[in-house]
Write a protein that binds this ligand. Structure first.
Ligand SMILES: [Zn+2]
Length: 562
């Protein structure tokens, strides 16, 4: 069973410079988009709270069980923590039988209570009176969202992308507010698509690419990208970004979306224009008709960081591993970061001590600002302090002020070099991924990948994971970036099939039977039906290749532990 065929779109990315026109508007739009997103977070949190209150009022059993579950979670955490402390102290991991039993009991109690809560909640959600109350909450919530959109002040394409991203707020863990860092993106949707010639001729009212000349020996075309950021009556208001139009768009393609990204790189901004380009068919680098399944997700292996396993329909197979030696590309900037943190921790008390004695000589805003100075965790706070301080100097502050200026200069240099290292590491990884994709795409025409939300492509489970590894886990996710790899795969192959991957690990690729097992406990699995032993990621790749999914009966069997 095949999933839907992905639309053959590719992203064309161009480095651009900061806007030469409309810079204030761009900044304003980025801020407004950020604010709009946080407003949507607030509305969703309010909606969840209203639903919770409604259930509590109408079904007290839900309230009681919710409280009991919360208590059981606390008890379970406490038992688990006690066990952990014991294990850490006595390295041989010998907790007493009592302690292990206490932890097990707490888990069982929690499980039972959660089951009961689920039952009463399901009952409540099915009852007419509750449903009516919940519908009323939904009506209010969608009305408030409409108002928020009306008041957001964000231009059309950008608010669509904000809302799209906010689509995931409604389920799962509560959404969280983001701090304003200055990073963000603006978007323009070009309904029905626009041909590149229309853009370069300057005929579109939303996006233009004005060719202005050539540069360098390669005579690369210089251009100015015009992005609409607002309207003056019916006339477009433009922001303009100088760029090199180094990668021309095929004449028979259509541009569907344009994005301008602003990202931080040390003390600088890095700007990027990304055009999403659709085309009926992209040329294939191969004449063969073969297919390959690629299973994504990262896993630490002795050779390095494995980020993909693949299986071809010609029986060949392989893996994509970021070599252990190359992982240093990321550990170096991480080390520099840690050193910066140490220097920050050493320097901060000097400034804090001075303000402890002198804050009274400043205005109220400044006194408020430095109140929490001893808890500051990032040099960015000191940069903010320096900005405010430069506008409000007091007599006798020369020495400490000068020290701060010098410290910030040094730290900025370190920050830029650390950011540069990290950017170089990402570029190296992207090139490495591109080579892998190019090689496979020259041998197989069609690729099968998981139809998964990018956020869900995670680390492969590993049962015996050591505690300390949890800290490196987030780092490894950043290094592997399976979402980025999938993007490059989609762009590199002539055709992409997205396969529902829910059962790719549980089905035996050799005999086709469902072979339910604990994927976290066994990396290499021997099928209980046919005895074939195989790495679970290769198994997943094979199942992606064949695109098979179990039917409902089989899944029920697995659920029963058959
Ligand atoms: Zn089997």
């Amino acid at each position: 069973m095949f999933g839907h065929e992905s639309k053959p779109t590719r992203n064309y990315v161009y480095g651009i410079l900061a806007p030469t026109e409309g810079a204030d508007l761009v900044d304003e739009q980025l801020r407004a988009a950020h604010q709009y997103r946080n407003n949507l977070v607030r509305l969703e949190l309010d909606r969840r709270e209203a639903v919770q209150q409604c259930l509590l009022a109408m079904r007290p059993a839900v309230a009681r069980l919710t409280g009991e579950v919360a208590d059981a979670v606390t008890a379970y955490d406490a038992a688990a923590a006690a066990l952990k402390v014991r294990n850490a102290r006595e390295r041989n991991k010998r907790a007493s039988a009592d302690e292990r039993q206490a932890s097990k009991d707490a888990a069982a109690l929690l499980k039972g209570l959660r089951g009961q809560l689920k039952t009463v909640r399901t009952e409540a959600f099915a009852a007419d009176d509750v449903r009516a109350a919940l519908d009323a909450i939904e009506t209010v919530a969608s009305e408030r969202r409409r108002e928020a959109r009306g008041a957001c002040g964000v231009y059309w394409g950008t608010y669509l992308t904000v809302e799209q991203a906010a689509g995931s707020f409604r389920s799962g863990a509560p959404p969280i507010f983001h701090r304003w860092t200055g990073e963000g993106r603006l978007a323009i949707q070009l309904q029905n698509g626009v041909e590149p010639a229309v853009l370069t001729l300057g005929q579109d009212k939303r996006l233009r690419i004005e060719l202005t000349g050539e540069c360098g020996r390669g005579k690369r075309p210089l251009a100015v990208a015009w992005l609409r950021v607002g309207s003056d009556g019916r006339a477009p208001v433009w922001a303009k970004f100088p760029m090199v139009y180094h990668r021309p768009i095929p004449v028979d393609a259509k541009i569907k979306w344009a994005f301008v990204h602003r990202r931080r790189c040390g003390t600088f901004w890095r700007w990027q224009l990304m055009l999403s380009v659709a085309r009926d068919a992209w040329e294939s680098p191969t004449t063969s008709g073969g297919s390959v399944g690629i299973d994504l997700g990262w896993r630490v292996v002795p050779e390095g960081l494995r980020v993909a396993s693949w299986a071809g329909d010609d029986g060949r197979r392989g893996e994509l591993i970021l070599p252990a030696d190359d992982l240093r590309r990321w550990s170096e900037p991480a080390t520099r970061r840690a050193e910066r943190d140490v220097r920050f921790g050493e320097f901060l008390p000097r400034v804090a001590d001075w303000f402890a004695a002198n804050a009274g000589r400043f205005g109220e805003e400044m006194r408020e600002r430095v109140k929490t100075i001893r808890q500051w965790r990032s040099p960015a706070r000191l940069a903010g302090l320096l900005r405010a301080w430069s506008a409000e100097r007091v007599t006798g502050d020369e020495e400490i002020y000068g020290e701060l200026v010098r410290w910030m200069r040094e730290d900025s240099r370190e920050w830029n070099s650390e950011s540069g290292q990290r950017a170089r590491a990402s570029r190296w990884r992207d090139d490495y991924y591109r080579c892998f994709v190019k090689r496979l795409a020259s041998e197989y025409r069609v690729v099968h990948v998981e139809d998964m939300d990018l956020r869900e492509i995670k680390r492969k489970p590993k049962a015996e994971e050591a505690e300390s590894e949890n800290q490196t886990a987030r780092g490894n996710a950043f290094i592997a970036s399976p979402g980025r790899l999938r993007e490059l795969i989609r762009e590199g192959f002539a055709e992409t099939m997205s396969i529902d991957a829910a059962w790719t690990t549980q089905r035996c690729h050799a005999c086709g039977e469902i072979d339910g097992f604990d994927a976290a406990a066994e990396l290499v699995r021997t099928c209980r039906h046919c005895g074939v032993t195989e790495d679970q990621d290769y198994r997943a790749a094979m199942n992606l290749l064949h695109g098979e999914q179990p039917d409902a009966d089989e899944m029920a069997g697995v659920a029963r532990g058959v």
